[in-house]
Design a binder for this molecule. Structure first.
Ligand SMILES: Nc1nc2c(ncn2[C@@H]2O[C@H](COP(=O)(O)OP(=O)(O)OP(=O)(O)O)[C@@H](O)[C@H]2O)c(=O)[nH]1
Length: 244
């Protein structure tokens, strides 16, 4: 039974059935082959400026010494995020690839993932022992999620400066991502965001799926998120198909 949407027009209230309820969207049912000879691919998505590049840099610093790691960035017209990571020297430059989407970022992480898969392949050719590739999306809106053909697991990053209403607005990023990170909690008081509301809404929208609150200013190692990634890596090495 479709949901209903009501609105006022010419003084009268009209009701229309809504066939697509974004908060009810499930994860993409497709998933890529889990082969032991390829790295785990983790997508990092979320709205513009929420802290995706800062989180990617933090994960590189924290995990780079213990994991064979590389990064693919996505920007619309530039290689800004890759350039930032290269300048910050979080990884050897041969471990950073940039995709220029030329269109809304979700087109390259969800609709046609070829350019991103090509970038991962280039990294694998140069670093055959890669264990983990972080694929950072360009900033998009609440509907932008990764195809499961590209990302084996995905992190959706929102921030408190976007307002404490963001989690309850839902959308597949908030409701279905394997991890929701609420970033910049150090700014909560300054922007009048109520963390208890944000966390309660996030848990209500996500059921059992995990939520991490984080400040990269207070914890530049992104400790909790890095631990979550370590757990995904351990699961990955237990569950991948051996290559015969
Ligand atoms: N106060 C504070 N600032 C943060 C935090 N995380 C990131 N920032 C800042 O927020 C700004 C945006 O961060 P980015 O990492 O560039 O955000 P992004 O999501 O990659 O942005 P786009 O790629 O443009 O979508 C930068 O100035 C960061 O330094 C945090 O936890 N606290």
């Amino acid at each position: 039974m479709p949901a209903e949407h009501a609105h006022e027009h010419a003084g009268a209230t009209h009701r229309h059935p809504v066939d697509f309820d974004p908060t009810a969207a499930g994860p993409d049912p497709f998933s890529a082959e889990r082969r032991a000879d390829r790295p785990l691919r983790i997508g990092i998505g979320g709205p513009v400026g929420s802290g995706k590049t800062a989180l990617t840099a933090a994960l590189c610093r924290t995990l780079g010494a213990e994991t064979e790691l590389a990064v693919v960035t996505n920007d619309i017209y530039t290689t800004e995020d890759a350039d930032f990571l290269r300048r910050a020297a979080v990884l050897d430059t041969s471990r950073i690839e940039a995709v220029q989407t030329g269109a809304c970022p979700h087109t390259a992480i969800r609709d046609d993932i070829t350019a991103n898969l090509d970038a991962v392949e280039r990294l694998q050719r140069v670093h055959p022992g890669l264990e983990l590739v972080l694929v950072e999306s360009g900033g998009d809106n609440l509907t932008a999620v990764f195809s499961r053909g590209l990302a084996d697991a995905q992190i959706f990053v929102v921030d408190v400066a976007g307002g404490d209403k963001v989690p309850r607005k839902g959308g597949p990023g908030v409701t279905t991502a394997d991890l929701l990170v609420i970033n910049k909690v150090d700014l909560a008081e300054r922007v009048g965001a109520d963390m208890s509301v944000m966390c309660a809404d996030a848990h209500r929208m996500r059921g059992d799926l995990p939520v991490i609150t984080q400040s990269l200013t207070d914890d530049p190692s992104a400790g909790d998120t890095a631990n979550w990634v370590r757990q995904r890596l351990a699961e990955w090495s237990r569950s991948t198909e051996p290559v015969v």
